[in-house]
Design a protein around this ligand. Structure first.
Ligand SMILES: [Ca+2]
Ligand SMILES: [Ca+2]
Ligand SMILES: [Ca+2]
Ligand SMILES: [Ca+2]
Length: 260
């Protein structure tokens, strides 16, 4: 290849990258305060059925989280065994809501503190998932600030493996199961020496403040709570977050881009 042709190709490449950059300028990578890489995931548009089965997620990228790649909230203890607690998750949207799928590998299922149908459950005391949303993407230092200003744009949406739920750390307590707010489904599969817990969430734009639309970027993380001996949780493994209190500082969360 001649030098001139190589230069032209390089220019073309730079040009197309610049164009791509224009289209997604609002989601440019923004590192964490310590310079670490802030993950950014793209939620593609898909139709999902909330049934606790993840076959309808086929073709969507799942991200694996293990004790070695995730962040333990040091309010609880740590495990180094992926068979004790690990998971994979994915995100997508259908134009009206964000969908989140989580598939957890656990050694012992514990559901002694919650009941199916509860919408104000102590989810964090049992095997559960907690999804955290920063709908106005302001990366506020305290998601639960007393005046409720951050709850208006998201907060914490917890779903227990038995279908119990909690959204009391949002502006929409007891709204689980309502199509205008948020819904979910779970399924438990017992296997030899382990249990697979599957969760599907549907979180409408309403619970993010009502103004989020495809093309926007939101702040996002999730934590999986693991109870193996009854009572309070043993571990909380987050995708990202500043530990302890990964639920608190929205600046420790990842970005999710809602593809147009
Ligand atoms: Ca499904
Ligand atoms: Ca476990
Ligand atoms: Ca467990
Ligand atoms: Ca428990």
């Amino acid at each position: 290849m001649t030098t001139e042709r190589r230069d032209r190709l390089a220019l073309l490449l730079v040009g197309s990258l610049a164009l791509a950059g224009c289209r997604t300028a609002q989601v440019a990578d923004s590192p964490f305060p310590d310079g670490g890489h802030r993950p950014r995931w793209v939620a593609e548009r898909r139709a999902i059925t909330l049934d606790g089965r993840l076959d309808d997620w086929h073709g969507i990228a799942f991200h694996r989280v293990t004790p070695h790649t995730g962040v333990f909230d040091l309010e609880s203890s740590v495990t180094r065994d992926p068979a004790d607690l690990s998971y994979r998750f994915a995100v997508c949207h259908d134009g009206t809501a964000l969908y989140v799928a989580v598939e957890v590998t656990d050694d012992i299922l514990k559901l002694d503190d919650t009941k199916p149908g509860e919408t104000h459950a102590k989810a964090w005391w049992d095997d559960a998932v907690e999804v955290f949303l920063d709908g106005n993407h302001n990366r506020a230092p305290h998601a639960r600030v007393q005046d409720g200003s951050e709850y208006a744009f998201g907060g914490e949406f917890s779903l227990v493996a038995n279908g119990a739920a909690t959204s009391n750390c949002t502006a929409w307590p007891d709204s689980f199961g309502k199509p205008d707010f948020w819904q979910g489904a779970t399924r438990v599969e017992a296997q030899p020496k382990r249990v697979i817990l599957r969760y599907e969430y549907r979180l409408t734009w309403n619970v993010m403040g009502g103004k989020v639309r495809p093309g926007d970027t939101i702040g996002f993380t999730l934590g999986v709570q693991d109870d193996d001996d009854g009572g309070d949780r043993d571990h909380a493994l987050y995708v990202v977050g500043f530990t302890p209190h990964c639920w608190m500082d929205e600046n420790g969360w990842a970005d999710v881009y809602l593809a147009p």
